[in-house]
Design a protein around this ligand. Structure first.
Ligand SMILES: [Zn+2]
Length: 425
């Protein structure tokens, strides 16, 4: 007891920390300047980066820890702007809603969160689930379960029969008539109520399904599904409550309405043309490409029975277009925010997206910046996340090779630290 009191007294007097972690980094990705730096030491104190020094510094205090990452490339914790943390693709996915209780979903989600963290993603934006996502965010933030820091949209907002109508494809007795509380709107007044309900439920972001989608049990995968008035009401109400809006969109008309209303991000953007790309530049709207999801659904649609029949033609048509569209959008100068739609494909494989982006023409360094400093800004975490610098939160990951030489190394993250705690070494 006396020793502890003395130690606390000493810490108080001299500003000493009980323990620091020294990371010896062979290479370090400088996301601010787009450079690969060599032989650095990151000193971590508590949950923050205390300093980044040249060379390999040995701590003077023998209670401090040294982690040897001399053969690795070290970078800020990765940020995925589009995941569905509550669940994952499977041939029985469409039955889950009738068989799983919230507690089942929660245990699944906890396992998924852990897998996501182990893949090097220390922060995710969750774009729609049932509400378990809010509880999971809180449990992770309190340190109850391991997982990435979550920004969640809680339940996505759609219109009757639209992509986010949870009762699509059911027999009539089970359809009911979901409304704003369930995230289904049909007027500007409904729109405001649905946003306020999300706020009340604890959402950080608002997600809307501006057009039809591939995996909903409905025919059209690209039609506009909100009037301009409705989407305007959503964005302006969200703004009043300090929330930004993410818009799922495949077709051009719905995409343009969402951009003009002022959404922060367009998810997928599959059928985007040059006119829409120019509009995104003008409004500074970010594209979250989700190439991984497009490739995965196009591939699974070829397996008979994997998806309900109505989904197959949509998956084949739209899924295969995303990578080419992304290539065009990048060349046109559309701002890009890294995001995968994990859940549509198995969680933990988020790192494959880097390779797809490079394949489509984006330099490797820019893909890394997109998944770190860019996404941190979009999440209003500029100055806290996305850069390895003094004062930033100590979210730090490492891979075996230099990703600017071999981008597929991003599929195998070997070291994970989140808020100063080592989860994988
Ligand atoms: Zn999604």
């Amino acid at each position: 007891m006396r020793t502890w009191v003395l130690l606390l007294f000493a810490m108080g007097c001299f500003g000493l920390q009980a323990q620091n972690t020294y990371l010896h980094c062979g290479k370090l990705i400088d996301t601010e300047n787009g450079k690969v730096l060599k032989e650095k030491t990151i000193v971590v104190s508590g949950n923050k980066i205390r300093k980044v020094q040249d060379g390999y510094i040995t701590p003077k205090n023998n209670t401090d820890i040294v982690v040897d990452l001399k053969g690795k490339t070290v970078m800020p914790g990765l940020i995925d702007m589009h995941v569905h943390i509550e669940g994952e693709t499977s041939p029985t996915k469409y039955l889950d809603v009738f068989t799983k209780n919230d507690a089942d979903v929660a245990f699944d989600a906890a396992a998924i969160a852990n897998r996501t963290l182990m893949a090097g993603f220390t922060t995710v934006r969750d774009l729609g689930g049932s509400g378990v996502n809010v509880a999971l965010r809180n449990a992770i933030a309190k340190g109850r379960v391991p997982g990435p820091r979550i920004f969640t949209a809680e339940k996505a907002i759609g219109t009757t029969g639209g992509h986010a109508d949870p009762t699509n494809g059911r027999k009539k007795e089970l359809m009911g008539d979901p409304g704003p509380a369930q995230g289904v709107i049909n007027s500007a007044a409904d729109a405001r109520k649905a946003v306020r309900q999300r706020y009340k439920n604890g959402a950080d972001w608002i997600k809307i399904t501006a057009t039809g989608g591939v995996l909903s049990v409905a025919k059209n995968g690209q039609n506009p599904q909100f009037t301009q008035e409705e989407v305007d009401a959503i964005v302006s109400t969200a703004k009043e409550y300090g929330m930004k809006v993410a818009a799922h969109a495949h077709g051009v008309e719905g995409m343009q309405r969402a951009i003009k209303a002022g959404v922060a991000t367009i998810e997928h953007g599959s059928l985007m043309d040059k006119e829409t790309a120019a509009l995104m530049k003008k409004y500074n709207t970010y594209l979250v490409p989700t190439i991984s999801a497009g490739k995965y659904v196009a591939q699974k649609a070829k397996i008979p029975g994997y998806y309900p029949e109505i989904i197959v033609p949509k998956a084949l048509e739209i899924g295969s277009k995303i990578q080419d569209m992304y290539s065009m959008a990048y060349k046109e100068g559309v701002p890009i925010a890294f995001g995968t739609d994990a859940g549509v494909f198995p969680h933990g494989e988020n790192g494959k997206e880097f390779g797809y982006m490079v394949e489509a023409g984006m330099p490797a360094m820019e893909t890394l910046q997109s998944a770190t400093i860019t996404n941190a800004k979009l999440l209003d975490m500029e100055g806290s996340l996305g850069v390895l610098k003094e004062g930033y939160i100590a979210d730090i990951v490492a891979v075996n090779e230099d990703p600017t030489q071999n981008i597929t190394t991003m599929e195998n993250v070997v070291f994970v630290m989140k808020e100063g705690v080592i989860y994988k070494d």
